[in-house]
Design a protein around this ligand. Structure first.
Ligand code: GLY
Length: 373
């Protein structure tokens, strides 16, 4: 059972909050606030991590924030370069890593230098992976600019790239030295990306924290309206929960698997869409599907499905596998998910809101039924 203090909303927009991810010598701060971006230079300067930084971002995020970040870093006396790659999940592959590494080598980056991931989940995962292998490992920090990255992927050290066979099949656990979350950048985030991030937020409530699940229901108007205190409280709560899980199970030997709630079927849905479906939307569909599965195998009451569907819909998230999706392809993608153990698919199933269990003995007929096969 994970205990954290209940999230309280802080009225001051510039209030800075720091959560520590406690992993011994690999511990690091997650700093959350509305004006963090402008203060990252001095913060990095104080940390003294590297003599030079490469800011890595996709073309879209770099055009919004790249120059601004370089100015902030230069203003603090830090040497830095900006390296970009084309936006989108299609870039999250080994050849992009090779191109980025070659660029670092051309620029003369060495083991005393560091990386800054400026962007969403794709950028964070790729930059972290690059940091883990470039010159056998250099430091990196995360500046997540999407809600999904702020509440989930920037914290916890999962890094990697996709293969044609499935998402994140190549990667490493490699922790950042710090995570800087500026809640103001969400103002420029495309609406569907914000909503997709809400699926990951709802995941925490549905799987670990029933009070947070209820709070999300009450705060729907404020959160969808990007109310700064509500957004800051929400992100902080997610990061606290994530930190507590990662501290207990950094390399996903057991407990951390609960954070994959909705992801096993979600990843298959995403793959079956050719990665055109927003990751969060796929996770939302996956959460509803595993709730149905839990009811089918008799470990949950049907009210769990109703509550999850209601909250997902309140945040304008999809809950059904699109009818045109090829069910046989979906089933095949489920089997290559890296959470399979000894060929058995591991599902994270809800027993009730805020409590899940891992199940790896689910029958084929029940899987087929929830996939609509
Ligand atoms: N996104 C799930 C995890 O970091 O474990």
């Amino acid at each position: 059972m994970i205990r954290v203090d209940c999230g309280k909303e802080h009225g001051g927009e510039t209030m800075e909050q720091t959560i520590q991810v406690g992993l011994g010598e690999r511990s690091y701060p997650v700093v959350i606030g509305a004006t963090i971006f402008r203060r990252i230079g001095t913060k990095l300067q104080t940390m003294g991590l590297a003599k030079r930084y490469a800011v890595i971002g996709d073309d879209r995020v770099a055009s919004l924030y790249g120059q601004q970040l370089l100015e902030v870093l230069h203003g603090a006396g830090l040497a830095c370069e900006l390296i970009t790659f084309p936006h989108g999940e299609a870039s999250k592959r080994l050849d992009t890593i090779e191109q980025l590494a070659s660029r670092l080598a051309e620029l003369g980056f060495d083991r005393k230098d560091g990386l800054v991931a400026l962007g969403g989940g794709v950028t964070g995962d790729m930059t972290g992976f690059l940091a883990s292998i470039y010159m056998r490992g250099i430091p990196f920090v995360q500046i997540p600019t999407s809600l999904l990255a702020q509440v989930d992927s920037s914290v916890g050290g999962k890094t990697g790239v996709d293969l044609p066979q499935g998402k994140n099949l190549i990667g490493a656990f490699y922790q950042p030295k710090a995570v800087f979350i500026d809640t103001e950048v969400l103002q420029t985030l495309p609406r569907n990306e914000f909503l997709g991030g809400m699926a990951e937020v709802i995941k925490y409530g549905a799987s670990i924290d029933a009070d947070f699940f209820s709070w999300l229901s009450q705060k729907q108007v404020a959160i969808l309206g990007l109310d700064p205190p509500a957004i800051a409280a929400m992100i902080r709560r997610c990061c606290e929960l994530k930190a507590k899980v990662v501290e207990q199970d950094e390399r996903e030997g057991g407990l951390r698997r609960i954070l994959n709630f909705g992801h096993t079927i979600g990843h298959a849905v995403e793959a079956a869409s050719g990665y055109r479906l927003n990751h969060g939307f796929a996770v939302a569909i996956g959460m509803r599907a595993v709730a149905e599965l839990a009811v089918r195998i008799g470990i949950a009451d049907s009210s769990v499905v109703a509550e999850i569907v209601q909250l997902l819909r309140a945040y304008h998230l999809p809950t059904d596998i699109p009818p045109e999706f090829d069910r046989a392809a979906l089933r095949a993608y489920l089997s290559v998910d890296k959470k399979t153990v000894g060929g058995r698919i591991c599902f994270v199933l809800p027993e009730r809101i805020g409590k899940v269990r891992i199940a790896d003995q689910v029958g084929e007929a029940d899987i087929a039924a929830v996939l609509g096969a």
